[in-house]
Design a protein around this ligand. Sequence first.
Ligand code: CP
Length: 437
Amino acid sequence: MKHLITPNDLSDKEVEELFEDARIFQDLRSNNILEGKLVVTLFFESSTRTRSSFEIAAKRLGAEVVNLEVQTSSTNKGETVEDTVANLNAMKPDAIIIRHKDCGLPASLKTYVDCPIINAGDGKNAHPTQALLDLFTIDQHFEGNIQGKNILIVGDIVNSRVATSNLELLPRFGLNPILVSPPRFQSNSSFRNATHIKEVIDDADIIMSLRVQHERHEVNISKEEQEREKEEYVRDYCITKELVGDRDFLLLHPGPVNRNIDITDEMLNDPRSKVLKQVENGVAIRMAVLKKFILQKENIENKRIKVKSSKGFSLIELIFAIAVIAVIASVAIPKLMGVNSKAKTSTVNGDISTIISSVQSYHMIHKKVDKISDSVTLNPTVWSIADKEVIFKENDKECVKIAVSDSQLTVTIDQASGDVCSELYNNGVRNEVFALN
Ligand code: CP
């Protein structure tokens, strides 16, 4: 059984596969990949983003979610966390997501369960899904060109699990961390260090601001001293417009943001800030994580292409649907010159080999489909499946959408790219309706 405790539980290839899935899930539409599965969340520390993001991700995949309210659970009566988890495990969940203040606690629970443990943050130790969504957001922003990019990680580094997990993950993908913090927040690490942002701001491609983790500090100074430290911190580490000027960089923060202490209101509203994009991406990443870890023993490819519809849409039908586009592209192209938006109806016949060869023709013409096999891998065109819809995307833009009903397919082609396509379809949206036989 594989668990997700730190980013190092994933190989580089597994991270890339998770990102492939996250790109498919990016529209956050619902599907039935985890239908019949049950996820338990167990948050012993406060959370807004991680808890709701995991819950939304699970529900978007069709799973049921039970949130154990730890404040009213039997841990209040002296039950240990280990016993709590063993009892929950006896109810046969498909994954347990846990956040706890104690470093190493999620890892120690592995022996009490028969399902994957997913660490949603343990003390200052690790926050693997946060690091994954941060890397995903960076990769998306730089369109995959992240090798050699410098990321300033600014703030309370020694107490931050976000910093720990990012320092574990980001360098594996070619990013150079530069740690910026007052001496009391510095960690023992081999990465480049700076005490002031001004020393390194010109090198920044990305700035990741962190919250001061007051809950992990031992407070043995007076209120006045604390106030003075806060003022000094804001003066030296708050990300302000005055500090960054018009420099080109990506601004990130894992949240919760302490406004005008970590980042000013003005900079949070600046187009360079992608703080809410991180939150949005967090759902897609957690959908990919849940899919991977819950279905680790199952045939995930079959799950991936199972489309929920009253008709029960199978792999063969999916390939058939793709082939409809292929047939239109390869056979009917001459008729498409001078396209109009009028719908028409036609019938497509074909066995599986005809369909595959049609899809290959589609590739020849559209340069869209890299490979067609039993598992239907379509790259670089991204495709996703929601209720009764197959969507193809290129450069984040929907180009082909197939709506499926019991009796017909509706193919919508919107300004598809590629030499031939742009010539043919630059008149805009076109709809075709086909009868299924
Ligand atoms: N980033 C993060 O972990 O936020 P929450 O504490 O709100 O879950």
